[in-house]
Design a protein around this ligand. Structure first.
Ligand code: NAD
Length: 499
């Protein structure tokens, strides 16, 4: 196979951001212009208007009309499934184009975009399609037959999806898959920092057979397009992925408007805990800890950014950790050999560097990285960074940095490990390395986390078995993925049938 010259492709590709409403592209509008600069080299990739009320109105009105006339919501489920399977196939057919969008928008390595993000997006659509006809009703018979009580499951109506920027296609399909599988219509607002893939996904959905008007995309800023969508009285379910602070705004929006249903997938500060009972397996475990902290440049909601090591094996682990993390070098995301790319943009880089400075100021010891590198490229590259001697109360230990910064702590015993791990306002992910099955189960019960990996965070990568997950604490609420995730995109009616 000839190797793809991604740099050349990136030079020649046309990057366009347009809304997708009622099955066709429409120019974006808005008073202000947002400039999208590449994290890879700082160049201007595209501009987009900040959005305006009428665009969101049009998108929601089309979604509502499509829902009410039943062109999708009343289509037999086997037909909906077939169309969604076709959409998953089309995502794979267009994998190179979509992967390039993801790489340019986020700054993530092209190899990861192509090898993980795009296949995971297709897998998410397929997984939801597979579940569409498997949410069976509760049925109960009472009194003299044939009296019966049963639960009907219905689509919610118009779903508003608002998503963040770190996995643009993955986050989009996480909303689109269950919303469409359950027969809803959808208006999706991608992040203004990563606007390339969503419109194309909606276009592919129409090509697959999703009727026009069912899946619409509006672009723009959170303050304008996002705000209007979140407050819209005809949006019945708002499904949000982004920071916890914006998630709180979504709760206000739902309350101030029509008490719309709400799902929040928000931030995290996940612990990665290593007990001394697994000291025979340290090479694998350290590799996993490094991957969990630094994959996608650390721009992952469930990144294991707090490494908790049992005191008795700390000396064995630290040299391995330093060696493996130091081997990760920020490189050009378009180089197929790169495994660690650029951060999103300048403001985000400033935020990450600000946290590194703050970590030092507040007394933590920087033992690796901490620098911006490759400045000659004009891009946003920050080395994998590790702190020790971190006070669990200091900002780098408590706040989500969303960049390649790992804090290392040590603990004496299981009780202290649990206390440290749960000392967070977040409750998204957690990783536990132990070979003691009783301990694994005790930790699974005690940890405040929606997803808990035992001996192998890497196996939790998207596209695996989609069992469903929900955030705890300020990481949000509402199940996503799996059958529980599908149910979140529906409402039930309990029917008392007296025949
Ligand atoms: P963000 O909260 O800044 O923005 C998310 C989305 O909300 C964007 O589309 C933005 O335009 C919109 N928005 C912003 N303000 C708004 C407002 N007032 N009204 C309506 N919409 C508004 O988050 P981000 O920086 O784009 O994404 C990073 C965050 O997402 C991190 O906290 C990360 O942990 C989280 N995240 C969570 C998950 C998960 O599954 N839990 C997955 C990926 C990312």
């Amino acid at each position: 196979m000839t190797e793809i010259n991604w740099v050349q492709r990136a030079e020649t590709v046309t990057l366009q951001v347009r809304n997708f409403i009622d099955g066709e592209y429409r120019e974006c509008r808005g008073k202000d212009t947002l400039a999208k600069h590449s994290g890879r080299d700082g160049r201007l990739l595209y501009e987009l208007p900040s959005g305006e009320e009428q665009e969101v109105e049009d998108a929601v009105a089309n979604a509502k009309a499509a829902f009410e006339d039943g062109r999708w919501s009343r289509l037999p489920v086997q037909q909906r499934k077939k169309i969604l399977f076709t959409l998953a196939d089309l995502i794979e057919t267009h994998a190179e184009e979509l992967a390039l969008n993801e790489c340019l928008d986020v700054g993530k390595p092209i190899a990861n975009a192509l090898g993980q993000d795009v296949p995971a997006a297709a897998a998410t659509i397929r997984s939801n399609a597979e579940g569409a006809d498997k949410l069976y009703s509760n049925v109960y018979t009472d009194g003299p037959a044939p009296n019966m009580i049963y639960q009907l499951r219905k689509p919610v109506g118009v779903v508003g999806g608002i998503i963040g920027w770190n996995f643009p296609l993955g986050l989009a399909t996480t909303k689109v898959g269950p919303a469409l599988a359950m027969g809803n219509s959808l208006v999706l607002k991608p992040s203004e920092f990563t606007s390339l893939s969503a419109g194309r996904l909606a276009e592919l959905a129409v090509e697959a057979g999703v009727p026009p008007g069912v899946f619409n995309v509006v672009h723009g800023s959170g303050a304008i397009a996002g705000h209007i969508l979140a407050h819209h009285p005809d949006v019945n379910l708002l499904t949000f992925t982004g920071s916890s602070s914006t998630g709180k705004q979504m709760m206000i929006a739902a309350g101030q408007s029509n008490m719309k249903r709400l799902m929040l997938e928000c931030g995290g500060k996940s612990p990665f805990i290593i007990f001394d009972d697994c000291s025979d397996n340290l090479d694998f475990i350290v590799q996993d800890a490094v991957w969990t902290a630094f994959q996608n440049q650390g721009e992952v909601c469930a990144a294991g950014t707090r490494l908790l090591i049992q005191e008795s094996i700390k000396d064995k682990i630290m040299p391995k950790l330093l060696e493996q993390a130091a081997a990760i070098k920020p490189q050009d995301p378009l180089d197929p050999n790169t495994n660690f790319g650029a951060l999103l943009n300048e403001p985000h880089t400033d935020k990450v560097l600000g946290y590194i400075a703050n970590g030092k100021q507040e007394g933590a010891k920087l033992i690796l990285g901490g620098n911006r590198v490759r400045e000659e490229t004009g891009g946003c590259y920050v080395e994998p960074t590790i702190f020790t001697e971190v006070d669990p109360k200091q900002r780098i230990a408590q706040e989500e940095i969303f960049g390649p910064v790992l804090s290392v702590f040590s603990f004496r015993d299981e009780t202290e490990a649990i206390k440290l791990a749960n000392d967070s306002t977040f409750g998204l992910g957690s990783n536990v390395c132990t070979t003691n099955i009783g301990r694994a189960q005790r930790l699974a019960l005690a940890l405040n986390a929606g997803v808990i990996g035992i001996l192998g965070g890497e196996t939790l990568s998207p596209g695996g078995v989609d069992i469903g997950a929900e955030g705890h604490k300020q990481s949000g609420f509402g199940a996503e993925h799996g059958m529980a995730g599908l149910a979140s995109y529906s409402v039930s009616s309990s029917v008392y049938l007296f025949a």
